[in-house]
Design a protein around this ligand. Sequence first.
Ligand code: MN
Length: 230
Amino acid sequence: MSQKYLFEPAPCPTVSIVGEEKIFPVRRIYCVGRNYADHAREMGHDPDREPPFFFSKPADGLVVGGASVLYPPLTEDLHYEGELVVALAGGGRDLSREEAESAIFGYAVGNDLTRRDMQAEAKALRRPWDLSKGFDGSAVLGPISPAAMVGPCTNGRIASYVNGELRQEADLSQMIWPVVDVIQFLSRSVALAAGDLIMTGTPAGVGSLKRGDVVRVEIEKLGQIETHIL
Ligand code: MN
C-alpha cells in the first residue's frame, strides 16, 4: 500500500512564460545582495569587486500576474528593489561558463520587496536578516521571457517608478557580476536545478512604499510589472 500525505501538499508556485502555454514551476528563489556599485554605496558599502553574496526567499512568497501585495507586518519601511530575474531550466554544481549559460531558460522583471527597518535592526544586532527579505508576498515577478526569444540580458535599461515618479534608473551592463558569473558563483555554494529563480540585485534609488502606492519596474525587452500595495 502506498503511503498517503497527512494533508494535501502545498501547490508548486508557478510563473507564466511569454509566448508559451506551459507554465514555469518554481523550485527555489535566490537573490544577490549587492550587484550595482551605486546601490552598494547608498547602503554604506565599498563597491569593490568582492565576490557576490546570496540570500533566498521562499518560493511561495511569489507574487505573479500583477497581483497586489498586502503591506507586510512588523515594518514601517517597506522598500522596492527593481531587479532582473533569471530563470533556470538546468543546473548542477560548480558550473563552467558554458554550463551556466546553458542553464538559463529566460528572464523576468522582478521586485525584491524588503522590510528595510527589520533588515537594518538584524544587521546591527548581528542576527540573521532572512525574514526581512523572505516574507509573504516578498518576491514580485513578471512573466518569463525565454532567452531564445529575447537573447542574453547583458544590457538594457532597468527602471522603477513609484506612483509614476522615476526612482531607479540604470543599465543592466552596470551589474558588478553579470548573470552568468552570478550563476557560476551560486553553483559553488549550492546545487542549482531547473525551476530556480535568481534575483540579480538592484541599482541605486531604493526607497519606501506606503499603502496605496503603485510601484512599477520595467526592463528593456522584458516589459514591466506594476504592483499595488494594499
Ligand atoms: Mn535585492
